[in-house]
Design a protein. Structure first.
Ligand SMILES: [Zn+2]
Length: 130
């Protein structure tokens, strides 16, 4: 049985939630979107920023865009990085831009961790040689 959509609400956040689409916090006081879905005897509440939910639906409803994003993500990141232009200079749907931002930030964190590790190895080798 496939998931069945039960209801959509737009409450005001009383506490902080995490956005399903962009993973960023939904701050208290902001209107957000909740989709309640039933699946195999359980209900699930999916919370998202209103604009993220809209962008997510745009992406999900556009199979070509979704596929292009999945297949082309790495080369798109390379192209953007090589261009030296900010991500905002590219005409991308918001949800794609946000996901790329996250992917780029993750990549940078990994690079930094690798650099730190290499540096620690060089230092350890120097100390061993001294
Ligand atoms: Zn969001």
């Amino acid at each position: 049985m496939s998931p069945r959509h039960l209801t959509t609400r737009h409450p005001v956040a009383r506490k902080q939630h995490q956005c399903w689409e962009c993973t960023r916090p939904i701050e208290p006081g902001t209107v957000y979107r909740v989709d309640v879905t039933a699946y195999e005897g359980r209900t699930y509440s999916i919370k998202a920023h209103v604009e993220c939910a809209d962008a997510g639906m745009t992406l999900a409803s556009d199979m070509d865009l979704q596929q292009a994003f999945d297949e082309g993500r790495d080369s798109l990141i390379e192209e953007i990085t090589a261009s030296g232009e900010p991500l905002t200079a590219f005409d991308l749907p918001d949800v794609v831009r946000r996901r790329l931002e996250d992917a780029i930030a993750e990549g940078e964190a990994r690079d930094q961790a690798r650099r730190a590790e290499a540096l620690a190895r060089i230092r350890a080798a120097k100390e061993a040689a001294a």
